[in-house]
Design a protein around this ligand. Structure first.
Ligand code: RTP
Ligand code: MG
Length: 141
């Protein structure tokens, strides 16, 4: 299996609820390495651009409003099968459907406030990592 990079975001709800450390620990405990990390306040334009694939969906405006409602932590996770592994650790989009022990089961409160984002394909990971980090800001270890 190949070493991959994936983009992870700890969303405003989980940052506000003081779960940054607990969520980062899930990644590290699963063997993923933190290759880049920063806390930022997304602008409206940044949030709209990031979720552009959803712009025709009925929840787009509320999703963007939520993503700019407070600071987020963005990180690049690196490791074997990182994209799928991160999605497994996150659990289903709706926390009501998320398997016990997943990040969303433990820290999310609603489908609209679901604690984390993770890239869903190699193409998305490449685009999303570059959306937030320059090549020099990502550190393979
Ligand atoms: P994400 O992109 O944030 O990692 O989440 P995801 O892949 O699990 O879900 P996706 O389909 O990409 O949806 C992006 C975010 O939009 C919100 N959403 N709300 N029915 C709804 O109200 C609804 N569906 C999706 C969620 O916050 C989801 O994370
Ligand atoms: Mg998605």
């Amino acid at each position: 299996m190949a070493v991959e990079r994936t983009l992870s975001i700890i969303k405003p709800d989980a940052v506000g609820d003081n779960h940054i450390g607990a969520i980062i620990a899930r990644f590290e405990d699963a063997g993923l390495k933190i290759a880049a990390l920063k806390m930022i306040q997304l602008t409206q334009k940044q949030a709209e651009g990031f979720y552009a694939e959803h712009k025709e969906r009925p929840f787009f405006a509320s999703l963007v409003e939520f993503m700019v409602s407070g600071p987020v932590c963005v990180q690049v996770l690196e490791g074997e099968n990182a994209i799928a592994l991160n999605r497994e650790l996150m659990g289903a989009t709706n926390p009501d459907d998320a398997a016990p022990g997943t990040i969303r089961a433990d820290f999310a409160t609603a489908v609209s406030a679901n604690a984390v984002h993770g890239s869903d394909s190699p193409e998305a990971a490449k685009r999303e990592v570059a959306y937030f980090f320059s090549a020099e800001e990502v550190h393979s270890r």
